[in-house]
Design a protein around this ligand. Structure first.
Ligand code: 1GP
Length: 249
């Protein structure tokens, strides 16, 4: 297993480069929209594609990843909602442990049962402390994971959780308000968490504007993930990418 993608992410962080990841939910995209999204993303210099969803009911994941790989060189990182959302065609896998929850299955149980075939896949595995933050409305991920998100105003809980994740040896922290969240994660929470951890911080959930994406980067996010908003309007990719990358010198 290489650390190619993780090295790119950590180098970005040490050079204070902010990155943009477009999230593709294989259930919600058809071929034409996927091709259009890829073309816009290449032009907009998107840094990563994340592929996955909290609930994927079709079997198109493999084909979606293959299509992205065929059409561009943007790295494809799996962001699986369950252990069956794996394909060796991707560049890396976010190996998520739901550290904000107390559901043992998502902290370690599913990892144990899926470990042999993940190892066999040859994918680069990046361990991630995944933290759900209340986004104002129940999301698919909060329902499916059967776990309580961290209240949006409890910065101290988020901070202690992220610190614990880092000290346990996880390589990334991903704070997520959940896909389609009404309220994105506050800048004050992002700021507090980012000031107290050294590992890269990914922020997603409910980000719908270039302004919000930029604000979150200024607060301390290293990678911004946007799914829903660009699914509805792929042309937003350009504006969000420009806003994030305008902070890079
Ligand atoms: C969800 O963080 C991602 O897990 C992206 O959320 O779809 O709301 O952009 P959105």
């Amino acid at each position: 297993m290489t650390n190619k993608i993780y090295d790119i992410i950590t180098q970005g962080k040490s050079n204070s480069k902010k990155a943009f990841a477009v999230l593709i939910d294989p259930d919600k995209i058809n071929d034409a929209t996927l091709n259009q999204t890829i073309a816009i993303a290449v032009k907009a210099k998107v840094d990563y594609f994340f592929v996955g969803g909290s609930l994927v009911v079709t079997d198109t994941l493999d084909a979606v990843v293959a299509s992205i790989k065929k059409q561009c060189s943007i790295p494809v990182i799996l962001f699986p909602g369950s252990p069956d959302q794996i394909t060796p065609k991707a560049d890396a896998l976010l190996y998520l442990s739901l550290i904000s929850g107390r559901n043992a299955e998502l902290l370690i149980g599913q990892h144990v049962t899926s470990a042999p075939f993940i190892k066999k896949s040859g994918l680069e595995v990046i361990s991630v402390g995944y933290m759900l933050i209340d986004g104002g409305t129940p999301t698919t991920v909060s329902y499916i994971s059967n776990s309580n998100p961290i209240p949006s105003n409890k910065n101290d809980i988020a901070l202690c959780t992220a610190m614990a994740g880092e000290m346990l040896g996880l390589k990334l922290i991903y704070m997520d308000a959940g896909s389609g969240a009404q309220k994105a994660i506050s800048s004050s929470m992002i700021q507090q968490v980012s000031q107290h951890i050294k590992i890269p911080l990914i922020i997603g959930g409910g980000i719908t504007t270039p302004e919000k994406a930029k604000e979150n980067c200024i607060a301390g996010a290293d990678i911004i993930v946007v799914g829903n908003a660009v699914e509805k309007d792929p042309s937003l990719i350009q504006a969000i990418s420009e806003a994030i990358h305008s902070l890079n010198h």
